[in-house]
Write a protein that binds this ligand. Structure first.
Ligand code: ADP
Ligand code: ZN
Length: 523
């Protein structure tokens, strides 16, 4: 078929099978390339419409399109959706009975199927490859193709072997798709899949309807619960770093009358499946989850994604927050952040035995932390990371909406730094603030810290105010928290000139709008 005919055929199928009138940015181009047997690399953000890029051509060309997909749940969702649209699609994976598998083989042999979804392990089995050689193949689509890259945030060893496809089926075009697109990952995908002069399409990674917000943790659990309660009735996902926390937070939310449930890989398969389907049906408002939740969940009306713990990379953060607002309506991504959490993550990364891997993880985390601590438009930081440059601030992130105001923080810094010095650099944030504010707590009295010259010198300001000041001193490298010694604050060399009054220090005015009380807060 010539290009015009292909075009018409695509438009016809788009309307009749999927019920859509227009292609999204890049879709048509990618589909035409595929139909003309060109390899392609498709970089589109989550929700950008990647799957359509291989599904639609599969309907108008002869032969079978094989889709490699890493997750069983993702395959099942897509195949189920295709079947309801009357498309002959099936999957093969380890959860199926021998009878079910035989039935798929039968349909394959009779060339009845348009699309077959398989896991990489399954595809690479010699018997499976053998079977495919006996069929007419139209195309391969490699979904979540970043899993092939060591530089990716989600490397899967099985994906590493997919180069076999090109060797065994040199005539069949390959389409690689991903929502992760740093330059090294891209190069890796092209090389490892041996793509030949691929069409490379990248859509903008901007999700303008998502508002990015970072809230510093003061009293984290209360902040999170209050946040969710304020959003009552709309769908949201809360990501946290441990299974135990998901259960604990879900329970606390339930006590406040929120329809919440935990989700993590340690829960029974049936329970996870029912949680997911309740969430999709809006019978559940909030899922409190580990990263095990999400890849491939197709729910357009998620209004917020909250991170209770900082993710380890911008890719992960972007992908997780990208599940919000797929319907294009306003949504929010809120990250609850404490610099101390970042130190824990760094320490965990240090424990990674493989040096190359450790360096990649460090590098990625540095970028994530910079985004969390950014004093400039967060969206620009994000897009920059994906090599998409803009000069205009976005107007829809916490920094743009409520810009940090600068003030001469030299005196504040001197008070805080000398207080750290007076307590012999052996105490953490909250204690230092207690001393600064002249707290008569039992601990302060017992330690004799009420006798220090810095006791009470900061009583004019709230506890949160001082936390925010000290955290900036940490960000600026004037103080460090010794994570091995109960996060005790210690002065660095950088602190000296400030203490001696040799340099002035501009700080951002602590933004405490979200906080109600000016009183003492402890975790
Ligand atoms: P991705 O795989 O990139 O995360 P999907 O392929 O799941 O995204 O698509 C996200 C949503 O957008 C789906 O609901 C899909 O039906 C819809 N979609 C895809 N292409 C179009 C289009 N051209 N017009 C309207 N909706 C589309
Ligand atoms: Zn902004």
């Amino acid at each position: 078929m010539v290009e015009q005919q292909l075009n018409n055929a695509l438009e016809e199928q788009l309307a009749s099978v999927f019920g859509y009138r227009e292609f999204r940015q890049g879709q048509r181009q990618v589909m035409l390339a595929s139909l003309q047997n060109q390899d392609s690399l498709v970089l589109m953000p989550t929700g950008g419409g990647k799957s359509m890029c291989y599904q639609l051509p599969a309907l108008i060309r002869e032969g079978l399109t094989v889709v490699v997909s890493p997750l069983v749940s993702l395959m099942q969702d897509q195949v189920a959706a295709l079947k309801t649209m009357g498309v002959a699609a099936e999957f093969l994976n380890s959860t199926m009975t021998p009878e079910q598998t035989q039935e798929v083989y039968r349909q394959l042999n009779q060339q009845q199927l348009r699309l077959l979804y398989v896991s990489p392990e399954r595809l690479l089995q010699p018997a499976m490859l053998e079977r495919l050689h006996g069929l007419t193949l139209a195309a391969f689509a490699i979904d979540e193709a970043h899993c092939i890259s060591q530089w990716g945030h989600d490397f899967r060893p099985e994906y590493g072997q997919l180069g076999v496809i090109r060797q065994q089926f040199p005539q069949v075009p390959i389409m690689a798709l991903t929502a992760t697109a740093d330059a090294s990952t891209q190069t890796d995908i092209v090389q490892r899949l041996q793509l030949h002069q691929p069409l490379i399409h990248r859509s903008s990674f901007d999700r303008p309807n998502i508002r990015y917000v970072v809230e510093e943790k003061y009293k984290p659990i209360k902040q999170l619960v209050d946040y969710v309660v304020r959003q009552r009735g709309v769908s949201g996902i809360i990501y946290c770093g441990s299974r135990r926390k998901t259960e604990d937070l879900a329970e606390r939310l339930q006590l406040k009358g929120v329809r919440a449930a935990p989700y993590h890989a340690g829960l029974e398969h049936e329970l996870r499946a029912s949680t997911l389907s309740r969430f999709v049906r809006d019978d559940l408002d909030v899922v409190v989850a580990t990263v095990a939740f999400g890849m491939g969940i197709n729910k357009p009306n998620i209004r917020y994604v909250a991170h209770f713990d900082i993710p380890r990379s911008i890719e992960a953060y972007y992908q997780e927050t990208g599940r919000a607002g797929r319907d294009g309506l306003p949504a929010e991504a809120v990250l609850f952040y404490d610099p101390k959490d970042a130190q824990w993550v760094r320490r965990m990364i240090e424990d990674q035995p493989n040096e190359a891997r450790r360096n990649v993880e460090k590098h990625k985390f540095v970028a994530m932390q910079a985004m969390a601590e950014s004093q400039t438009c967060r969206r620009l930081v994000l897009l920059n990371y994906f090599n998409e440059y803009r000069s205009e601030d976005c107007g829809n992130c916490d920094i743009c909406l409520n810009p940090p105001q600068r003030y001469d923080g030299t005196t504040d810094a001197q008070m805080a730094l000398s207080c750290v010095y007076r307590v012999n650099q052996q105490f953490g944030l909250h204690h230092v603030v207690d001393v600064l504010r002249g707290s008569k707590s039992q601990r302060v009295i017992e330690l004799g810290h009420d006798k220090l010259s810095t006791f009470g010198i900061g009583k004019a300001e709230s506890h949160e105010y001082w936390l925010a000041v000290i955290r900036q001193l940490i960000h600026r490298g004037l103080l460090i928290q010794d994570i091995r010694r109960y996060s005790a604050l210690q002065l660095t060399e950088e602190a000296r000139p400030v203490l001696r009054g040799e340099v002035a220090l501009a700080l951002a005015k602590p933004r405490l709008t979200a906080l109600t009380s000016a009183g003492k807060v402890t975790d």
